[in-house]
Design a protein around this ligand. Structure first.
Ligand code: FAD
Ligand code: MLT
Ligand code: ZN
Length: 475
């Protein structure tokens, strides 16, 4: 399926032999999985759009084991596909052919947590939600949060430079990750696992691996700065009559809630219909063309509530918002968040999903959705727009009964050319993985692509790490 749809050819790596299996069993005793049933799920991506045919999955527990695995695979010219929670959106975490899957599932130990600085050091396979729980019990929060928190691993988050729902407040992992331990392609352990906030000694090598999607090394441990847990959190869900009003609401919100604003998400009416239809989540406000979810996080409940009510009075009074609701307790806040976080799940139940994750100038952010809706007409089931408006990040998704080359042909390269004309990004936060690797050129100049190829050749001369991913196929 994957091979034909994307016309990709296997590179001349070795094929895993019985001797290899025996050698790998000595490296990770009990951690070599070859049962076809167990290999079914890790060969397929979360969206069920790509499928590999790996015959081996490895579950190391330590960085040393990962180092031994890579040293062996490098020597034998065996290709490897690193995998965390397998929640990636661009087909980066599943093998394309018979690459060996190296899973971080058993690398789930917390190494240390400092309760003054908030620095957490842990293995790469820790599940984000478990880390959140751990630091929240100690008065801190993880600087990132995403709908996939229950399954994604912190190593996968770093490897994709995941953005998510707290980006607006705490910024990119490029700022909050303080250090990394990475195993390089030929098996060297690169220990840059510092906990320092400031460290200008030479090039910042960890940045190379943040967002490198498993193509430059396997991340084995992460040191990350956790901010203090805000004592007052409020969530509001509002309906807006048009996209211009969504933008005006955002401006007003930044002006009036500035320092306590921690999320500003938006979704269109189609999204809310889909979460209603497929997940039975009811819309808590009057039906509107657009909805926004605003979260504030601060340290003074009274102060925050007062500010928020001033803001709501202003936007309701001026007609920017036509209806709204405020979460009175945590349970209600979770319900409101679910309407936004579970759009991805609702879409995947709607049919085949063509997924675009774009950075665009705010004033043009929704134009592409309206344009495509008109352009596709009845060829698509749904054309929806949602995303991290506060970060200029649109998720444009199109659903159809099944994959169709002609629908794909209508969408691409049209979408990418449209984004390039706006000088936007063809991948704001999901990365390029397997499905988007050939569109990198829409957002980066040829000189940047060449330097990326050179860095790849330097760090992984045999190209065994996640081949067919991130960088365009060389022709
Ligand atoms: P995987 O999917 O297993 O892998 C992703 C990539 O990283 C692959 O290329 C893989 O080879 C590589 N990789 C994994 N672990 C390592 C490692 N230890 N070392 C080196 N390379 C590695 N993404 C966002 O940015 N923002 C969101 O808001 C968001 N929301 C989501 C909501 C849902 C419901 C879902 C299903 C996905 C969402 N995603 C989002 C996408 C996805 O969750 C993120 O990309 C996440 O960071 C992937 O983590 P993972 O552990 O599942 O990685
Ligand atoms: C989100 O913001 O919900 C995620 O990035 C997943 C998606 O794009 O569907
Ligand atoms: Zn997102």
């Amino acid at each position: 399926l994957t091979r034909e749809r994307y016309s990709v050819r296997r590179l001349p790596f070795s094929v895993v032999s019985e001797d290899d299996l025996a050698a790998l069993e000595r490296i990770v005793p009990g951690g070599v999985i070859t049962d076809p049933e167990e290999l079914e799920a890790p060969n397929v991506d979360w969206l069920r759009t790509v499928r590999g045919s790996s015959k081996v999955l490895l579950r190391p527990r330590t960085s040393q084991e990962v180092a031994h695995i890579l040293r062996y695979c490098h020597e034998r010219n065996l290709a490897v596909s690193p995998q965390g929670g397998n929640t990636g959106m661009v087909g980066g975490s599943t093998p394309v052919f018979d690459e060996i899957i190296v899973s971080t599932a058993l690398m789930n130990q917390i190494v240390s947590f400092h309760n003054v600085s908030g620095v957490l050091v842990c293995q790469a396979g820790c599940v984000l939600e478990e880390l959140s729980r751990y630091v929240e019990e100690r008065g801190f929060v993880m600087p990132l949060d995403l709908g996939a928190k229950g399954s994604c691993h912190i190593g996968g988050n770093v490897a994709t430079n995941a953005g998510g729902l707290r980006f607006l407040r705490y910024g990119s992992l490029r700022g909050t990750v303080l250090g990394l331990e990475v195993v390089l392609a030929e098996g060297t352990i690169l220990n840059c696992l510092t906990s320092l906030r400031k460290d200008n000694t030479g090039y910042d090598l960890k940045q190379l691996f943040i967002g490198s999607e498993g193509t430059l090394g396997v991340i084995t441990a992460v040191s990350i700065l956790c901010p203090p847990k805000p004592s007052a959190v409020n969530v509001a869900f509002l309906g807006c009559p048009g996209f211009a009003e969504v933008l005006q609401t955002f401006c007003t919100c930044r002006g009036m809630l500035g320092e306590i604003l921690s999320a500003f998400e938006f979704m269109d009416a189609e999204c809310v219909k889909l979460v209603g239809r497929h997940l039975r989540l009811a819309c808590p406000v009057q039906e509107s063309p657009f909805y926004v979810l605003i979260e504030t996080s601060g340290s003074g409940a009274g102060h925050d509530a007062e500010k928020l009510s001033g803001f709501l009075e202003q936007v309701l009074g001026s007609g920017l918002v036509t209806d709204g609701t405020l979460a009175a307790d945590q349970r209600r806040a979770k319900m409101l968040w679910a309407l936004r976080e579970r759009i991805t799940e609702a879409l995947s139940r709607d049919g085949y999903v063509y997924k675009y994750d774009l950075s665009l100038p705010l004033d043009r952010l929704y134009d592409l959705v309206s344009d495509l809706r008109a352009r596709l007409g009845l060829h698509a089931k749904h054309v929806v727009g949602y995303g991290h408006l506060g970060d200029g990040n649109l998720h444009l998704n199109v659903t159809a009964e099944a994959f169709s080359p002609s629908l794909l042909g209508t969408l691409e390269p049209y979408v990418y050319e449209w984004v390039a004309r706006q000088r936007g990004s063809v991948s704001a936060e999901h990365g390029l993985g397997f499905k988007k690797k050939d569109v990198l050129g829409y957002s980066k100049p040829p000189e940047a692509l060449q330097l990326m190829q050179q860095l790849k050749a330097l760090l992984d001369p045999k190209g065994i790490l996640n081949p067919y991913k991130t960088l365009p196929t060389r022709t």
